[in-house]
Design a binder for this molecule. Structure first.
Ligand SMILES: Cc1cc2nc3c(=O)[nH]c(=O)nc-3n(C[C@H](O)[C@H](O)[C@H](O)COP(=O)(O)O)c2cc1C
Length: 300
């Protein structure tokens, strides 16, 4: 009843661990895989090790959190060792970022054979200079990156978009024309900030960061709704999903499956089982036999 298939990735249910949350090590990815998620996405990694920003890198706000981690990661060659240790009981998606089409394809070719799909992070709103800050805001560059990765990999290529653009539909069409197999939307919203009352200093070391959690759900839903009308690709919806009711909204808006990030930080890994059991009961009550029957119903 809950099974879905997105660009040849077969999942036992439509919930996926979002990039960057518990995805830095094989140990945490394996735990999430065993906790009921339908698939997992790694933390984004690049060609070279990247320290990211100094602490504090996250701060709570009403309705979510702001993070400015700065894509800290050990680089693809070290991350490959983690990928080797994945148990593989659910599909594994590697999230990669780079500063040029060449860099994206270089990283992609190193891990293509180790995972079920690649997710191109062209959308991080707080990346450091040279780490792809504006890639997902430029339709031509987005097309070029997708094309260059598609040329050399066998795995399906999913492109993750930033909501921090004037017209997300234009970028989604650019990804589709580059040959993307699916689209994930949205990455964190912003940038936003918080300021300490006592010191009058911005709380995050980077001052600004990307917002995630329930407060961004209405924006994410609108992006999914608009993009699903404009492209034929399957969509992974993400942004503020906390429970099965949120999942139903994303499916109705046109997502084929969903990713869950901040909710895992709030509620732990049990959130996947809670969501899927709630979704199953909802489907029985409403007479749905397959997840696909709910996809796009809000467009009727
Ligand atoms: C702490 C943290 C780290 C993140 N790291 C990444 C990352 O490495 N790559 C990426 O594409 N998205 C990253 N994201 C964005 C999430 O994958 C997701 O798109 C966003 O948080 C919205 O979903 P949510 O509200 O369910 O968290 C990160 C989010 C958080 C909260």
């Amino acid at each position: 009843m809950l099974e879905v298939e997105i660009c040849q990735i077969k999942m036992k249910n439509p919930t996926v661990l979002a990039a960057g949350v518990l995805g830095s090590t094989s140990a945490s990815l394996n735990l999430v895989s065993r906790s009921g998620a339908g698939a997992v996405v790694t933390k984004s990694f690049g060609l070279e090790p990247n320290k990211g920003y100094p602490n504090p890198t996250t701060v709570e706000v009403e309705g979510g959190i702001i993070n400015a981690i700065g894509l800290s990661n050990p680089g693809v060659d070290v991350f490959k060792e983690e990928l080797k240790k994945l148990e593989g009981n659910v599909p594994q998606i590697a999230s990669i970022y780079g500063s040029s089409p060449e860099e994206f394809s270089q990283i992609a070719s190193k891990v293509d054979h180790m995972v079920d799909a690649l997710e191109l992070n062209v959308s991080c709103p707080h990346a450091m200079e040279g780490c792809g800050a504006s890639i997902g805001q430029d339709p031509n560059l987005t097309t070029q990156i997708v094309k260059s990765v598609k040329k050399i990999v066998k795995s399906p290529v999913i492109v993750k978009l930033t909501p921090n653009v004037t017209d997300i539909v234009e970028i989604a069409i650019a990804a589709e024309s580059g040959g993307a197999d699916a689209i994930t939307l949205i990455n964190s919203l912003g940038p936003g900030m918080r300021i300490d009352l006592e010191t009058a200093n911005p709380i995050l070391s980077n001052r600004f960061g990307g917002m995630s959690g329930p407060a961004i759900k209405p924006v994410a839903l609108r992006c999914v709704y608009q993009v699903s009308q404009a492209v034929k690709l399957p969509i992974m919806g993400v942004g503020g999903i906390m429970n099965y009711r949120d999942v139903v909204e994303f499916l109705y808006a046109g997502a084929n499956c969903v990713q869950v990030g901040t909710a895992v930080m709030y509620h732990g890994m049990d959130v996947f089982r809670e969501i899927t059991s709630g979704l199953e009961k909802f489907m029985i009550r409403k007479g749905f036999h397959q997840v696909g029957e709910m996809v796009g119903l809000a467009h009727q």
